[in-house]
Ligand binder design. Structure first.
Ligand SMILES: [Zn+2]
Ligand SMILES: [Zn+2]
Length: 88
C-alpha cells in the first residue's frame, strides 16, 4: 500500500504537513484525516502539489492491484519474488 494524490500522483512523506481550520499543523495520513488537536474529520484531503481536493480514501493505493497497463508502463512496480535462503 502506498499513499499518493489521486489527481497528480504526488507522494507525501513523514515531514508533510496539513493545516486544520483550528490552525493545527500535522501529517493527516498519520491520523487518517482526523485533526489531533480539535478532532475535526477531514473526509477530503487537499494536495500540496496540485491543490486539488480528493476523498481521503482515494489517497490510499493498493500495490497488489496493479493493472496490465500499469505493468507495461513500469514493470519494476512488480515486487520480485523473494529468493529462498541458500543453505550452507
Ligand atoms: Zn483542528
Ligand atoms: Zn495532487
Amino acid at each position: 500500500m502506498y499513499i499518493a494524490c489521486p489527481k497528480c500522483d504526488w507522494r507525501p512523506d513523514a515531514s508533510s504537513r496539513w493545516i486544520c481550520t483550528c490552525k493545527h499543523r500535522w501529517n493527516t495520513f498519520e491520523t487518517h484525516g482526523v485533526c489531533p488537536a480539535c478532532g475535526k474529520v477531514w473526509k477530503e484531503t487537499a494536495c500540496p502539489a496540485c491543490h486539488a481536493w480528493s476523498d481521503h480514501e482515494d489517497w490510499y493505493h493498493d500495490d497488489d492491484d496493479i493493472s496490465v497497463d500499469e505493468y507495461i508502463a513500469n514493470p519494476s512496480k512488480i515486487a520480485q519474488p523473494e529468493r529462498l535462503p541458500v543453505e550452507t
